[in-house]
Design a protein around this ligand. Structure first.
Ligand SMILES: Cc1cc2nc3c(=O)[nH]c(=O)nc-3n(C[C@H](O)[C@H](O)[C@H](O)COP(=O)(O)OP(=O)(O)OC[C@H]3O[C@@H](n4cnc5c(N)ncnc54)[C@H](O)[C@@H]3O)c2cc1C
Length: 481
């Protein structure tokens, strides 16, 4: 029989610095298998797309380059997690598994329950460290802020610097699909070192006008931190991002931006906590009063959904945002909210039909932020202010929208500037005078009429007794009093 080992199971925590399970596993001293598992069940899940796995692959390559001088390497397996662990166990007694808690989809929650049961039956210790400021199985928000402060405002843990007692086990080497190896300059590159590069550039220069540019689809691409994929895949811990912001000695514009940035790091965990406490948010509206909400069910729903997904709604800002997201994996918060509002309020399409598409496009897909945000923007929580975003007004209010629309909806470039936001106002005469025919669809809905209908429907529904009643339950469970 081979000697007993410990396993460090990398999940959404692909870094070496500020990694508590890694430090604990090394300190334990037993031969250590550093393991990442590509799980077919997850690879096939519609929330995920090639862009995510490419990012993970880039992150693993980066870690292995950093680990080489420490005589260590992450072994990469493909298989369902439980089966993979069982196969390893057949040849190597496993004493302990170290990992972070995962605030994931129902799929990974169920998988972790199976693994927990197996560990218990085999006498294997599974040591899980908390994920940021999220409390596992919290019943309400009592003590939540204190815990957040303790987990996030603390000294960072150093990366290992000495050789690791690392082992490899007998396993078929994993070879990634060729597309994962291709570099795509439109997408952020995965990896701990890329994350630090992004962090440094934000605090050195990009972040100064952060609070001013945060809602502009064009300017936010540079002035927002762009740390979200690195936080979502764990190339960076939340404590690292918070520390960097806290230590930034800026004044004036910088100070205001840093305050806004720090509050968003707080929201990060706040939303994830909601999902952790109520995973059913993935499949049903959080507020039970919306169970019977009259979403559209007509024969055109699928056609309209496809137009929304592909940026073909005929509403320039909506289409530009979706196309930018599809092509680059990123769009800023305000525009994400507008895309959901357009789907749910203007098209009256059930938020559940758009959730997987957006998840598969966001390079930073983080289930615990995504689902609570989807529901909040769709207006089905019954506790938040209902925001029905007018896409034309958004386009008029945000900075550099014209450049953004010209970049992503080039069909409109031939129009005079004032009509690029509202091409439906083009008169038949103006249309005739264009050099070439306008290849852009008519708007999918009459915006004014759809907004009015949405206001009547959503505000009216909110007044229902069932919505108010469940709203009370939600406040008691998810809100700090
Ligand atoms: C419908 C919808 C879905 C979303 N899905 C995701 C998702 O899957 N993953 C994700 O990371 N963010 C999600 N967000 C939140 C937000 O849009 C992104 O975090 C942000 O745009 C990422 O860009 P940034 O890193 O430059 O953010 P910055 O503005 O620089 O913020 C720094 C960090 O704070 C956190 N953060 C910022 N805004 C929010 C917010 N509103 N709620 C919670 N955390 C926030 C993120 O971790 C972000 O990286 C979603 C928002 C909406 C409206």
């Amino acid at each position: 029989m081979n000697s007993a080992i410990n396993i460090l199971w990398f999940k959404r925590d692909l870094r070496l610095t500020d990694h508590r399970p890694l430090i604990q596993a090394i300190a334990d001293g037993k031969p250590l298998l550093l393991l990442y598992i590509f799980e077919p069940e997850l690879l096939a899940d519609p929330h995920y797309a090639m862009r995510h796995w490419r990012f993970v692959w880039q992150s693993l390559e980066d870690l292995n380059q950093q680990l080489a001088p420490l005589n260590a390497k992450i072994q990469i397996a493909q298989g369902e997690a439980l089966e993979t662990l069982q196969q390893i166990y057949q040849r190597h007694p496993i004493v302990s598994i170290f990992s972070h808690e995962e605030i994931g989809l129902q799929l990974t929650f169920d998988r972790d329950l199976r693994i927990k049961a197996w560990c218990e039956s085999e006498g294997i210790q599974w040591h899980e460290s908390p994920c940021g400021g999220v409390i596992r199985a919290a019943r309400d928000r009592r003590g939540w802020q204190r815990n957040w402060d303790r987990q996030i405002k603390r000294a960072l843990l150093p990366a290992p610097t000495k050789a690791i007692n690392s082992v490899q086990v007998n396993m078929t080497p994993y070879s990634p699909p060729p597309e994962w190896l291709e570099h795509h300059s439109a997408f952020q590159h995965g990896g701990e070192r890329a994350a630090h590069h992004c962090l440094k550039s934000f605090f050195k220069e990009r972040g100064q006008p952060y609070y001013k540019h945060i809602s502009s689809p064009m300017l936010s691409r540079k002035s927002c931190s762009r740390l979200s994929p690195y936080l979502a895949w764990g190339n960076l811990s939340l404590a690292q991002a918070y520390n960097a912001a806290k230590n930034h000695a800026g004044q004036g514009e910088w100070e205001r931006s840093m305050r806004a940035f720090r509050s968003r790091l707080h929201w990060h965990c706040h939303f994830m906590q909601k999902f952790e406490s109520e995973t059913s948010m993935q499949i049903r509206s959080m507020n039970a009063g919306y169970a019977e909400f009259p979403w559209r069910t007509d024969a055109q729903v699928n056609r309209d959904l496809e137009r929304w997904k592909h940026g073909q709604t005929g509403v320039p800002l909506v289409d530009a945002c979706m196309r930018a997201l599809n092509a680059t994996g990123y769009i800023n918060f305000r525009m994400r909210a507008m895309l959901v509002s357009f789907l749910c309020h203007y098209l009256k399409i059930d938020w559940r039909l758009g959730a997987e598409h957006l998840a598969s496009r966001f390079l930073d897909f983080e289930p615990g932020i995504h689902y609570p945000q989807m529901q909040m923007q769709a207006g089905v929580t019954g506790i938040h202010t209902l925001r029905i975003y007018n896409p034309t007004k958004q386009a008029q209010e945000q900075k550099q929208v014209d450049q953004f629309i010209q970049r992503w909806v080039p069909e409109l470039s031939a129009l005079p500037e004032q009509l690029r936001l509202t091409p439906w106002e083009l008169t038949p005469m103006e249309r005739l005078m264009l050099d070439s025919p306008l290849e852009y669809p008519e708007p999918i809905v009459d915006l004014q009429q759809a907004a009015k209908e949405a206001r009547d429907l959503f505000w009216g529904w909110r007044e229902r007794e069932a919505v108010k009643l469940d709203g009370e339950r939600i406040l008691a469970r998810h809100v700090m009093r």
